[in-house]
Design a protein around this ligand. Structure first.
Ligand code: ZN
Length: 327
């Protein structure tokens, strides 16, 4: 037998692990929620996947039913390795090579997992001191990989002159709005544009009322006080990057924490040469998750797996700027 990491893993243990998460409070019926469920052998040709029967509604289901793995003929150990490599931030191309998968198969599997991580993650409410900033990512459409890459900051001067240099989905520079609690978690969203009416619902959803918010002088942030926040601005166009406003010798007015997060995002996206507009929101959502759980590598895998199996918290539409095409 070829020495291959997939062959060394025990498929049965992977399913046992899945059951320990999925049925942590006992098996319940997926159709009627009844706890009167009996074991009903195994799924045909899959001795590791348990089947159940509900004694109330008489319906059958199995460990796979209604999970991201249902309808897939790939072994769970392949899915888990793929998830582990995603946590290590390998590209689809690299993962496909490591796992002997077709690139197309790998892309499809990682897309499914990334979607789950986006939609099922617990998202924080930011409070105390929060910085907001935006960047524009050069991203084309599917199949135009060469046009894509790296979050790029618009030069401030150009941006302040008006719409010309500002990114929108329409000109293939979708903006990302970033909000980060100092010393805490972050929220990042790809948006169709950064008009006030677009950013307001995102800001009010994720930032607690009365929070002290720091931004630059860009006028989209002009109404933060009306929206119920304290607001302090640093004036980048005057060459100011941090200001001591309360006179304690500490320059507290800045957005350097969010700037730092942009540079982490930039590095995170780099291996995935050519993330298209269609997929960018999912990559950003995945990055947000990894940042917020503050775990890496082997510590990250259990968090990822639990999130993949967790109930959905929101629709993918919340991550996807709409409409995505033909703006
Ligand atoms: Zn039932």
């Amino acid at each position: 037998m070829e020495l291959n990491i997939v062959n060394l893993l025990d498929e049965g243990k992977c399913w046992e692990h899945l059951r320990s998460i999925r049925w942590s409070e006992g098996v319940y019926c997926l159709y009627c929620s009844s706890k009167s469920v009996v074991k009903n052998g195994h799924v045909k040709d899959h001795p590791d996947v348990c089947q159940y029967k509900c004694t109330d509604c008489k319906k059958r289901f199995n460990d796979k039913t209604d999970t991201v793995f249902s309808g897939s003929h790939q072994l769970l150990k392949v899915w888990l390795l793929l998830l582990y490599f995603m946590g290590l931030n390998l590209s689809n191309k690299q993962i496909a090579q490591e796992l002997n998968l077709l690139l197309k198969t790998c892309q499809e599997m990682s897309k499914r997992l990334r979607t789950q991580v986006c939609c099922n993650q617990e998202e924080p409410i930011l409070d105390e001191e929060v910085e907001i900033d935006e960047v524009y990512v050069v991203a084309g459409h599917k199949g135009q990989a060469e046009k894509v890459q790296a979050a790029e900051r618009q030069p401030r001067r150009r941006r302040l002159k008006g719409a010309r240099g500002r990114g929108t989905l329409a000109n293939e520079k979708p903006p990302i709005l970033g909000m980060i609690k100092r010393g805490g978690e972050l929220i990042m969203r790809v948006l169709p544009n950064v008009q006030q009416k677009t950013i307001k619902p995102v800001i009010t959803q994720y930032i607690a009322p009365n929070t002290l918010i720091y931004t630059d002088e860009y006028n989209i942030y002009d109404r933060l006080e009306q929206w119920g926040y304290e607001h302090k601005m640093v004036c980048h166009s005057k060459g100011e990057y941090a200001r001591d406003e309360d006179g304690d010798g500490f320059c507290e007015v800045h957005v350097n924490t969010q700037e730092g997060a942009w540079s982490l995002l930039r590095s995170w996206l780099r291996p995935h040469r050519g993330v298209s507009q269609e997929h960018l929101p999912k990559y950003v959502g995945f990055f947000q998750f990894v940042h917020n759980v503050r775990k890496r590598g082997k510590q990250l895998l259990p968090e990822l797996f639990e999130t993949v199996l967790a109930p959905k918290k929101r629709n993918l539409d919340d991550f996807q700027p709409s409409p995505l095409f033909g703006v």
